[in-house]
Design a protein. Structure first.
Length: 116
């Protein structure tokens, strides 16, 4: 076998499997913080403004909290709840990848050492 690596992704969902946050929504939130513009984020991600706004609203509805503040003059930025959600998701993703990598190595490196 050649050298391979594990790719895994995490999604946090509600009881109906509706996405609250995953890779896509975390990217939206990070880009909003960087740019201050939901419209610019939509362009960067090659998505419609309506699609990006819909994802934000779906997360807000699931959490029953605002994660994004918008103002025509001041632009868009994450609320405290939005920053906390993003930070927790990033911590979760990092911890999951570390554990996934550990499990992957324990299985595949053992298999490769037996076949070599």
């Amino acid at each position: 076998m050649g050298h391979f690596k594990l790719l895994s992704k995490q999604w946090i969902v509600d009881e109906n499997n509706n996405i609250i946050i995953g890779e896509g929504r975390s990217e939206i939130l990070e880009l909003v913080e960087q740019t201050g513009s939901l419209n610019q984020v939509a362009k960067m991600l090659k998505m419609s403004y309506k699609a990006v706004w819909g994802k934000v609203k779906a997360t807000e509805k699931a959490m029953n909290a605002r994660i994004l503040d918008t103002d025509r003059k001041l632009g868009s930025h994450l609320t405290e709840e939005g920053r906390e959600l993003l930070a927790k998701y990033n911590r979760l993703k990092k911890a999951c990848m570390a554990e996934d990598d550990r499990i992957f190595r324990s299985i595949f490196e053992t298999d490769q050492s037996r076949s070599g």
